[in-house]
Design a protein around this ligand. Sequence first.
Ligand SMILES: NC(=O)c1ccc[n+]([C@@H]2O[C@H](COP(=O)([O-])OP(=O)(O)OC[C@H]3O[C@@H](n4cnc5c(N)ncnc54)[C@H](O)[C@@H]3O)[C@@H](O)[C@H]2O)c1
Length: 335
Amino acid sequence: MRLLVCGGAGFIGSTFARQRLLEHGDQVTVLDKLTYAGREENLADLAGEAGFGFIRGAIEDPEAVVGALTAARAEAIVNFAAETHVDRSIAEPDAFVKTHALGTYVLLEAAREHELPYLQVSTDEVYGSIEEGTFTEESPLRPSSPYSATKTGADLLVQSYFHTYGLPVLICRGSNNYGPYQYPEKLIPLMVLNALHGDRLPVYGDGMQVRNWIHATDFARAIGHVLEHGVPGEVYNAGGPDEEANIAVVRRIIELAGASESQIEHVTDRPGHDRRYSLSSAKVRALGWEPRVRFEEGLAETVAWYRDNAWWWEPIRSGEYRDYYARQYGRALGG
Ligand SMILES: NC(=O)c1ccc[n+]([C@@H]2O[C@H](COP(=O)([O-])OP(=O)(O)OC[C@H]3O[C@@H](n4cnc5c(N)ncnc54)[C@H](O)[C@@H]3O)[C@@H](O)[C@H]2O)c1
């Protein structure tokens, strides 16, 4: 397949691009705006590969999208492009509205014009928080942050293009991802890098927020699987095999990184912080996908990757991320 992968310079998009190019022989053209979270370094190992292309551009820019579709001679669009950090959506929601609402609309129009299948990458956060049990694709949508609300809006727009125009769309909703190449504002890489540096480990509230962890390679495989085998118009959840409370994740990282529990610092909880996410993946499992990486081993490998790949995170820790961290946690990185 020749794929246009929007947002492919980010964490999961680059994992997907690598997998499709190297394991499936697909041709992959990435269209990415390169926001603070998008980095060409994430695709450095693919740069010389035949069948790989990179174009810098925004999904809300119709000219950039049509140019990329033409250059890619795309047979399908897979959209990862998003603003993805809930904390930033609370502080500055505007980019979330623009990318998720307008950007998704521009891509859908281009897919319609060029008669291309379209896959939207989405999140379990559209369902909101659940005390017990798991969400299925039929569960009501109850997003609680500007991030999840705008992602939900995008999902509904995608579904409307199936019902209204017959566009062959698919939606794949993942649970919390972890693995190499994740920007360090997110829980796991933030804690790993702080642990390795002897910095404090800021835990929101009591740390008892439970997440359903999925390795990014497993989520990327689920997306590829849905693209190949999914029924147009349908939504597929892809959740990881294990659930864990944030504080337990932090304690395990401390062990793996050889850090100390005294580095833990409980800080004021995020407003409207969802308590628990949990996804049923029965529908995508019925298509033949299942996760391969258990959290215990995946986390150990992830900590080792960050320890061994300072070339990747050093420029981040000395750049925009420093300012973000000081604003968000009220203390300088390293403090
Ligand atoms: N990280 C998770 O735990 C998780 C879980 C479930 C679903 N998702 C979804 O997966 C997708 C990818 O998430 P991620 O964690 O890789 O995010 P990320 O922040 O690492 O990457 C997002 C990418 O999108 C690009 N981008 C942002 N706005 C753009 C725009 N307007 N035009 C073009 N490119 C733009 C960025 O430059 C970046 O490369 C998102 O849609 C997210 O909602 C993420």
